[in-house]
Design a protein around this ligand. Structure first.
Ligand code: URA
Length: 275
């Protein structure tokens, strides 16, 4: 099937899923309507689909954004990401693209795995139970959630088999296809520190590393010259809600605050020590 046909099918599926979700109208620009009403000129035959590796490069090439401020660049990138249908199965199953949220001028950026059902419904990363824990951690660090930037490796919720709830991990091809959006987000923000939340975020950002999150958490790494702290995913901490796990994730955040030269009060220092 041609890339055009695949993109068309994915667009149709996406529109159908919006309809199922109750959306009855979509804004369409006047120029688009005008262009759609024109007869289609006979065109040259479509080029054969490029091999997978080439298609990947072409996709990375296409991520260009405009604007002079970080906010303008992020808005330009977001607009393109919201229309992405590169993974046609995810474009068909998602409610919406979950691009990222927060301050593009932030000194600190958190990277998670992929949207879950709550995020897919709301269009914002980390708004479910794990998100509530992340927000609590951010606030305990002395920030507001809106001060920092939060993104994911995958911008669409990994689809689940018909009738099954819950979440699944992103596959490698899904990650490879989606990662250029995250790389571009980080390029725009240029945070002073990145936090990789869990094994999938760590593998997505530094695929060359061997060793799991249990071994690597708490150790400073570098992503394109940006200091990166890998730590546990909040969902893991919720699943194994032990004093040890809560203390470890908090210790990693204290190291982040120290690196950023942020104030650390004795109370912050002593969390989870006296319980
Ligand atoms: N888990 C993630 O990794 N990301 C989200 O946005 C929500 C839950």
């Amino acid at each position: 099937m041609s890339e055009f046909r695949e993109a068309l099918d994915a667009t149709i599926s996406h529109l159908e899923s919006l309809k199922r979700a109750g959306v009855t109208h979509l804004p369409v620009r006047a120029e688009t309507l005008e262009a759609l009403s024109r007869p289609v000129a006979p065109s040259a035959p479509l080029a054969a689909a490029p091999p997978a590796a080439e298609a990947q490069d072409m996709f990375a090439e296409r991520i260009r954004y405009t604007g002079s401020t970080k906010a303008e660049k992020m808005a330009s990138l977001r607009k393109q990401a919201l229309a992405c249908v590169k993974c046609k199965h995810l474009a068909a199953s998602r409610t919406q693209v979950v691009f990222g949220v927060g301050n593009p001028e932030s000194e600190l950026m958190f990277v998670g795995e992929a949207p879950g059902a709550d995020e897919d419904a709301k269009g914002e990363p980390f708004v479910g139970r794990a998100g509530q824990l992340l927000t609590k951690i951010i606030e305990t660090m002395g920030y507001k959630r809106s001060d920092i930037y939060i993104g994911n490796i995958l911008k669409c919720r990994p689809n689940m088999p018909e009738g099954e709830s819950g979440n699944r991990q992103p596959t490698d091809p899904e990650m490879q296809t989606c990662l250029p959006w995250l790389h571009a987000q980080i390029d725009i923000i240029q945070p002073k520190v990145l936090v990789a939340l869990g094994a999938v975020a760590l593998r997505g950002l530094l695929p060359e590393l061997s060793g799991g999150i249990t071994k690597l958490r708490g150790r400073w790494l570098l992503y394109r010259n940006i200091p990166m702290m890998p730590t546990y995913h909040p969902a893991f901490v919720l699943r194994q809600y032990t004093m040890q796990n809560r203390r470890l994730i908090w210790e990693d955040m204290l190291a982040v605050l120290e690196r950023l030269g942020r104030p650390i009060t004795p109370k912050m220092q002593n969390y989870f020590k006296s319980e």
